[in-house]
Design a protein around this ligand. Structure first.
Ligand code: ATP
Length: 264
């Protein structure tokens, strides 16, 4: 399902105040309600309530330390929330086996076997996950790694490792793809290739939740936006509506204006 902006729920401006439609409808790939995570005295995620419609490319933006990676780790069950709840692909956060097989994720620096080739790394994962062997060649092709597939991962550049990380996330042919800074280390060609890939996945009806500091890049691909600041949502709504609030302003200018408003 692909939702065009005019069919999307109304944008939620700060503080994001809950979903505009019930999760029972399946309209949202990700919904969180009052999600919080503390590390000692530090509040990394602070009562976060967001909703990401199924079939969108959702940009997840915010300054360094805003809580983006922690939110993604919460969604993937890598850390436990201190409060709140979430639904991913219609399943509660507490039912990881119910949704994780349909989720592909690239988060922080992915771990590889450096002495194995890129292909072998993917084959190990495919066997462990029970994915068809043919999928390995497909994701290598998708990520432009086929030429170097037989080389040891230890000999890969950081951009090639990043591509391999995205290839790993794509292995399960996921309904929801969560990517934390996928453009890290990519050259301009890699960035353009990733943009094209995201658009193709979007056309297939997949949901993509994408954290990035490359606002110009997000402006080109995202149809939904979640903006985080100090663990709270400053904006959760259609990207178009975000830009329309200030005609002619770019994502970057709007983002800075919102942040400035927060600090006044
Ligand atoms: P960046 O854009 O710099 O990657 P981010 O938005 O992803 O930042 P997080 O990595 O989620 O931010 O960090 C949010 C806050 O939580 C930061 O202040 C960070 O120092 C803190 N934090 C994250 N993980 C831990 C941890 N394991 N232990 C202690 N503090 C943590």
């Amino acid at each position: 399902m692909s939702l065009s902006p005019d069919r999307l729920p109304a944008p939620h401006l700060a503080p994001a105040s809950g979903s505009a439609a019930g999760s029972a409808s399946g309209a949202f790939a990700i919904e969180t309600h009052g999600l919080s995570k503390h590390f000692g005295k530090l509040t990394a995620v602070d009562g976060l309530t967001i909703s990401v419609p199924a079939g969108t490319i959702a940009g997840f933006i915010g300054p360094n330390g805003a809580g983006k990676t922690t939110t993604i780790r919460l969604l993937l069950g890598l850390v436990r929330p201190d409060a709140g709840s979430a639904t991913i692909l219609g399943q509660p956060l507490t039912n990881l086996p119910g949704y994780l097989p349909r989720v592909g994720a690239l988060i922080e620096a992915p771990a590889f076997y450096p002495s194995l080739s890129g292909r072998a790394n993917l084959e190990v994962l495919a066997r462990l996950g029970g994915y068809p062997g043919a999928r390995v060649r497909e994701v290598l092709d998708l990520m432009g790694l086929s030429d170097r597939a037989r080389d040891r991962v230890g000999s890969y550049s950081s951009g090639m490792k990043q591509r391999l990380g995205v290839a790993m996330a794509l292995l399960p042919d996921p309904d929801l793809l969560i990517l934390d800074e996928p453009a890290n280390g990519l050259d301009p060609l890699g960035i353009i290739a990733t943009r094209d890939l995201l658009r193709r996945l979007h056309e297939q009806g997949k949901t993509i939740f994408l954290s990035s500091h490359l606002l110009g890049e997000l402006e080109q691909v995202a149809d939904w936006l979640v903006m985080l600041h100090q663990g709270k949502a400053l904006y959760n709504g259609p990207a178009r509506a975000f830009l329309d609030q200030h005609q002619g302003a770019s994502f970057e200018e709007r983002f800075l204006a919102l942040l400035k408003g927060e600090h006044q």
